[in-house]
Design a protein around this ligand. Structure first.
Ligand code: FES
Ligand SMILES: [Fe+2]
Length: 538
């Protein structure tokens, strides 16, 4: 029986909803075609293996608390919450699950509009909101999911996480304060492929989108043959900005200053009053074209008109990892910028480790994750791109199973969150358990302590109303987690690092992606590894 209470933090004090939703988490395992089969639940009761660490013990208790309170009655619901599902009390969980799922999500959605509450988030996170149309299928996806899940299971059983072989490292504060280094990193980013947009933002022929990459105004135009071209968003006459925002270019792009016109492929087509202007060759005065390529739902641009971009060589064996994100099945739901004062690498660190999840995100994301259990792998030329995956609570249940092969054979979705670091400044978060993606780009500012983070939230291009009801609460909770919790740490870090009283920061061996990111950036500039071992005091 669900307990209910008056939640005074909700929009109206008369709203009644579960104190803690009696959630039966949908298993990531498919067993005999049923996600809530008796066999699956029986497996949850297998004793915890010997040697499991204290972290596991805590999570096991947490998970079982929810499982041990099966839903015998649908939660009460406020008449203020719109729903088309009738209340059907007293039914077994397996029967009422679909109705309860929808109702719980509606409750969660109504509450996150005003406040984030852990029990709501637990309800959203633990119900397995996979949208199958966005999931990767095929042998490679299955093998990857299986191999990574096994690594997570082994870590949970052993109480470990992927560790950097060099152990704890010391990073000098100068990595975040040196103006020459900051300028060199900015300059470097003008010579490598950068993520400029997503494919879905240029939906059809002659659609366009403008972007600012650092201080460079970029115009992206999809061509009639389906390819994408990138230009400096600047007229060849006096350099005026040609287009703003996004839309359709039609047959011609017309400059708003003196009305010169360009074809969608960048050719100069007409000069206003050419007899008075004087002779100019149209064929020599088209738009400045930038190297551009489209792969795996992303549009890459290089800010060097004379540069050559071999995007396939740049990605190397990281390409299949990007492909698994299925970004071309998503659309952008939200775009935001976070212009916080902090060195861009310090902001980036927060995306690359799961050590912080149980602490900083205690009120939001923590309920879904084990925390501090991660994998790390490097891909691409010089190992410059990374994949780190973070264990979700489901792995605790899997680690308790006697027959791990059966667990892996029955995987329906990955019980971990995937984070891809796409060198040099992009992070893609791709949780398999819900149809949502986040694309974060961090742009170093003009000063070492300046950066702008631009992030897109992507949702499935096509969603049913039920799927939308699943995705929107997650989207709102994650926005809070990033903007208020992750970036809420930034002012304190920035002040401390600029105080002159710190000469270094520490990176744990449990944060291998953080150490490696610093090394990759240093190698790209021909510098030695910036990190040092911890020196024991005499
Ligand atoms: S600046 Fe574009 S036509 Fe003059
Ligand atoms: Fe975070």
């Amino acid at each position: 029986m669900c307990r209910t209470t008056v939640h005074t933090r909700c929009r109206s004090p008369c709203i009644r909803r579960p104190l803690a939703p009696c959630v039966i988490p949908r298993s990531p395992l498919r067993r005999n075609g049923s996600r809530t089969s008796t066999a699956w639940r029986a497996r949850l009761r297998v004793p915890r293996p010997a040697g499991a660490g204290p972290e596991v013990g805590r999570q096991r208790h947490h998970t079982r608390r929810r499982i041990a309170r099966p839903c015998a009655q649908l939660p009460e619901i406020s008449p203020l919450v719109e729903t088309s599902v009738p209340v059907r009390a007293g039914q077994p969980c397996d029967t009422c699950e679909p109705q309860r799922l929808l109702r719980t999500l509606q409750l969660a959605r109504s509450s996150v509009n005003t406040s984030i509450d852990e029990c709501c988030w637990m309800a959203v996170a633990s119900l397995g909101m996979t949208i199958e149309s966005t999931m990767s299928t095929g042998e490679f996806a299955a093998e990857t999911r299986r191999a990574l899940t096994l690594r997570h299971i082994e870590h949970v059983r052993a109480g470990t996480t992927d560790a950097h072989p060099d152990g704890v490292r010391v990073i000098p504060a100068s990595e975040y304060l040196d103006p020459e280094l900051a300028a060199a990193e900015r300059a470097l980013m003008h010579t490598v492929p950068l993520v400029a947009a997503t494919s879905g933002e240029l939906a059809g022929p002659r659609s366009y989108r403008t972007e600012m990459l650092f201080d460079v105004p970029v115009l992206l135009v999809r061509q009639d043959d389906g390819s994408v071209k990138a230009f400096l968003n600047s007229c060849s006459h006096r350099g005026a900005r040609l287009l703003e925002g996004a839309g359709e270019v039609g047959k011609r792009i017309s400059c708003s200053y003196h009305a010169w016109t360009y074809a969608p492929n960048g050719e100069l087509k007409s000069v206003t009053q050419p007899g008075k202007f004087g002779k100019v060759e149209l064929c020599d005065n088209g738009l400045v074209e930038l190297p551009c390529a489209e792969r795996y739902g992303l549009i890459f641009v290089m800010l060097d008109a004379q540069g050559e971009m071999d995007i396939d060589a740049f990605l190397g064996d990281f390409a299949p990892q990007l492909a698994l994100c299925n970004l071309d099945t998503f659309k952008v739901a939200d775009e935001r910028t976070l212009p916080h004062e902090v060195n861009w690498k310090l902001a980036l660190c927060g995306y690359l480790e799961s050590y912080h999840v149980k602490v900083v995100h205690a009120k939001t994301l923590a309920a879904a994750f084990i925390g501090n259990v991660s994998t790390h792998d490097a891909f691409g030329p010089d190992g410059r791109h990374f994949r780190t995956t973070w264990s979700m609570n489901e792995v605790v249940q899997m680690a308790e199973a006697e027959d791990v092969d059966a667990v892996l054979d029955g995987l329906q979705y990955a019980p971990y969150n995937t984070v891809l670091y796409l060198y040099p400044n992009t992070v893609i978060t791709a949780p398999d358990f819900i149809g949502i993606r986040f694309i974060n780009r961090l742009f170093p500012g003009h000063q070492p302590h300046d950066q702008i983070t631009h992030y897109r939230t992507m949702v499935p291009a096509f969603m049913t109303d039920d799927e939308r009801a699943m995705v929107e609460p997650f989207q709102q909770v994650t926005r809070t987690a990033v903007e208020e919790e992750d970036y809420g740490q930034v002012p304190g870090i920035n002040k401390a690092i600029r105080s002159g009283l710190r000469d270094s920061l520490l990176v744990g061996e449990n944060e291998p992606t953080v150490t490696e990111m610093h090394r990759v950036m240093a190698r790209a500039l021909g510098r030695p590894n910036p990190d040092q071992p911890v020196t024991p005091s005499a």
